[in-house]
Every structure is written in C-alpha cells, then in structure tokens.
Design a protein around this ligand. Structure first.
Ligand code: AMP
Length: 212
C-alpha cells in the first residue's frame, strides 16, 4: 500500500505517520527528515538544501523529487510524510498507484500552539510535545534515550512563514487530490489518539464520504 499524508505544519503528520507505519507495516518516509540528513551529509546537494532548510521556504522541486525517487525505488509499502508539497511534485508522481491521500486539517492558531511545544530527539525522527505527548523522562527520548530539542524552524516567525508557503503551494495539492477522488479529510484538531483512530478507521473501513 502506498499512502500520502498531507497537512499544514503542526497538523501532526509525523506522529500519525509513525503510528500508521507501525500498525500497517509501511515504511515511514519523512521527506523533511531526508532533507535534514542530506543537508548534514556534506554533499553538493546538501549544501544547496542547507541554504533553504530552516527558513520555512520549500526546497526546489527537482532536488526533492530526486531524493524521494531514490528512496522509494523498489518499495511497495510506504507512507509519504510531507511530499508532495507542490502541484509540480504531485504531477511528477501521477503514475504511482496511490491508495489514499490523507489530509490532516487544522487551523493556524491551533497548529502554532502545537508547534511551539514540539520537541524532537537529536538521534532520530521521534516527536514529542511538552504538553500533549510528553516523554517519560523529561527532555529525553523514550525510544532511543537521546536529548530532546526544538527544531530551528519551529520558532514562531518561521512557523508563520511556513504557513504562508503552505497556503500558496500546498493547498493546491489538496485540491488536486480532491478532484482525483483520492482525498480523505481528518479533523486534526482532536487529541493525537483520536486523530489516529479516525485515520486508521478510514484505512480499514473507508466511509467513502470523507472527501472534504
Ligand atoms: P517538515 O519536516 O515536513 O516540516 O519539513 C521541513 C522543511 O523541509 C520544510 O519547511 C521545507 O523547507 C523542506 N521540505 C520538506 N518537504 C518538502 C517538499 N516536499 N518540497 C520542498 N521542500 C520540502
């Protein structure tokens, strides 16, 4: 099964993708995480990515597409988290048999509240929230024990920029998949557990009406 997870910054994409990957045995492909890794690799591509990453703006389509295509090559079961983010990217993968596009819908105010409390572990992709998803030991990852930090681009001024980019570039992607009849909309303002239950339900017993 090939899934796409879309949503504004702070909609909970990473958390939901991690859980779905575990339950449905899908590879979780976090494109933001892939880009952060590439930026730290010292490669020429990484150097270009580094200039944009952390500003809230998008990395050029051709670079992102190249990275995603390399990573998904030969894989049949995955969940794409944070890709496609432009109509150009969506059209580039139009021949992939995508089972569903899940859209986690949230307001900007709610998302900013979430992002300001978000912490990630320095080692991997594990995500927490100081209020809503606290780690057992304060400041450290439950899974790998590494330190929890705030991402640079989770600062409020960058978050506002990410929202502007999202409205301009990624909202049209949502309309694109809605028109193709692939979109399932989930109310992402609820608790992470409720959002997860609503999402998994759509995969095991689709309502066929959630095309908002
Ligand atoms: P994320 O971890 O998904 O919030 O992504 C962090 C940053 O990576 C974004 O603000 C963009 O700069 C970049 N990025 C992630 N996914 C994409 C994409 N599909 N296209 C372009 N840039 C992306």
């Amino acid at each position: 099964m090939k899934l796409i997870l879309l949503g504004a910054p702070g909609s909970g994409k990473g958390t939901i993708a991690e859980k779905l990957a575990k339950e449905f045995q899908l590879q979780h492909i976090s494109v933001g995480e892939l880009l952060r890794q590439e930026a730290q690799s010292g490669s020429e591509m990484g150097r270009i990515i580094k200039q944009t990453l952390g500003t809230g703006k998008l990395i050029p389509d051709h670079l992102v597409i190249e990275i995603v295509r390399l990573v998904v090559k030969g894989k049949n079961n995955f969940i794409l988290d944070g890709f496609p983010r432009t109509v150009h990217q969506a059209k580039d993968i139009q021949d992939w048999p995508i089972a569903k596009v899940i859209y986690l819908k949230i307001t900007e105010e709610r998302a900013v509240e979430r992002i300001s409390g978000r912490r990630i572990c320095v080692k991997g992709t594990h995500t927490y929230h100081i209020k809503f998803i606290p780690s057992k030991k304060k400041g450290f990852c439950d899974i790998d024990g590494s330190k929890l930090i705030q991402r640079d681009d989770d600062r409020e001024e960058i978050v506002r920029e990410r929202f502007k980019v999202y409205a301009k570039k990624t909202k049209p992607v949502i309309d694109y998949y809605r028109e193709l009849g692939l979109l399932t909309t989930i109310n992402a303002a609820n608790s992470p557990e409720k959002v997860y239950q609503d999402t998994r339900k759509e995969l095991v017993e689709p309502s066929y009406q959630a095309n908002g």
